[in-house]
Design a protein around this ligand. Structure first.
Ligand code: DAH
Length: 344
């Protein structure tokens, strides 16, 4: 057999092989790989062309034309098969990614105010109606503001009433909102009515104590202020916050920064003072500490204790929220459990 016929056979064989391989391809990627294998730079046709040197001068263009024809048919076949495979692949992926509109979606939960902030907002609203305006003090306080200026000297046993987080010798995380009283007395003109809500810190943790909790402080200073004013304000607060039938009572107590001092009980709004779990079956719930501003506090703030009189009170926000909403464990307020928070 002459060389021309032999190369022609070879060409025919490659063609058949390539057509079979193209048709057998199951994906467009697979098909492309086959195309590279036969028609690519290092493919079967390139190999075959290398043998063209063995042909005579006039056989070469003839054979070259033959090779081009075969290549063109293969290119056409490749295009045709690629289109078909691509369409199949597209349909498959559309089918695959099909969205079932009847499936239930992911429920979006709306964010809401935290119950602690709801209570603070309500208290601010209640007290602003009788002339109090809000002041926020720093969370890190100098010892002087948290203790000294509130008539709690260094070795005073009252310091043991609060487990203090010390930052250093001079600074503490405030254990109470009472330091806001001192900032106001030092910086504002008198008379004044200030309400100070915010976070406070004590080293304590169980069902009824959190290391960070919230208080709200109130201070009113004027020329003539009495226990009657104090009781009137607290009675107004109790009715507005817990309901019109709620009564209050004051029990004598001790705080270094007030004299006299008292603890404030509200009649239990949960059982209408009949006695229940919330009030420990006493009909009363303790909600605040209060008193008349101690002369030493005025003196510490550089004010004339003969000229000015004041009343002050402090309440625990979590405590108010627990009573108002009937929450059993105050740690729930810090757990960010949407099911719990969503109930308010
Ligand atoms: N600071 C007190 C505490 O944390 C609460 C308190 C009591 C605040 C009496 C007052 C007050 O303003 O007059 O226990």
């Amino acid at each position: 057999m002459n060389i021309y016929a032999m190369l022609q056979d070879k060409l025919q064989a490659i063609r058949e092989e390539a057509v079979a391989a193209f048709k057998a391809a199951t994906s467009s990627k697979d098909l492309y790989d086959q195309k590279v294998k036969y028609l690519g730079k290092k493919g079967s046709f390139s190999e075959l062309m290398k043998e063209m040197g063995k042909l005579s001068k006039d056989e070469r263009p003839k054979f070259g034309q033959l090779v081009n024809e075969v290549k063109n048919t293969l290119e056409d076949l490749f295009k045709e098969l690629t289109d078909a495979l691509k369409e199949k692949e597209l349909n498959a992926s559309l089918e695959d990614e099909r969205i079932d509109m009847s499936l239930p979606g992911n429920r979006m939960r709306l964010g809401k105010k935290h119950p602690i902030n709801m209570v603070i907002d309500e208290l601010v609203d209640i007290f602003s109606r009788i002339g109090f305006s809000v002041r926020l003090g720093p969370l890190i306080e100098r010892d002087r503001y948290n203790f000294e200026a509130l008539n709690i000297p260094a070795d005073h046993p009252a310091r043991d009433m609060q487990d203090t987080f010390y930052i250093d010798e001079q600074h503490v995380l405030r254990t109470q909102t009472s330091p806001i009283q001192i900032h106001s007395l030092e910086n504002e003109s008198l008379p004044l009515r200030v309400l100070g809500p915010g976070a406070v810190f004590r080293s304590d943790y169980d069902v009824s104590h959190l290391p960070m909790f919230h208080q709200i402080e109130g201070i009113l200073v004027d020329k003539e202020v009495s226990m009657a004013d104090l009781k009137g304000i607290l009675a107004y607060f109790a009715k507005e916050f817990f309901g019109p039938n709620v009564k209050i009572r004051l029990r004598p107590s001790f705080f270094p920064f007030t004299e006299p001092s008292a603890e404030v009980d509200c009649s239990c709004a949960v059982c209408d003072a009949k006695g229940c779990r919330m009030c420990g079956h006493t009909g009363w719930i303790e909600v605040a500490g209060c008193g008349l501003v101690h002369p030493n506090v005025f003196k510490e703030a550089g004010l004339d204790a003969e000229k000015w009189q004041g009343l002050a009170f402090g309440m625990g926000i979590e405590r108010l929220a627990v009573v108002k909403y009937g929450v059993r464990d105050i740690r729930l307020f810090n757990e960010n459990d949407m099911d719990f928070l969503g109930q308010f």
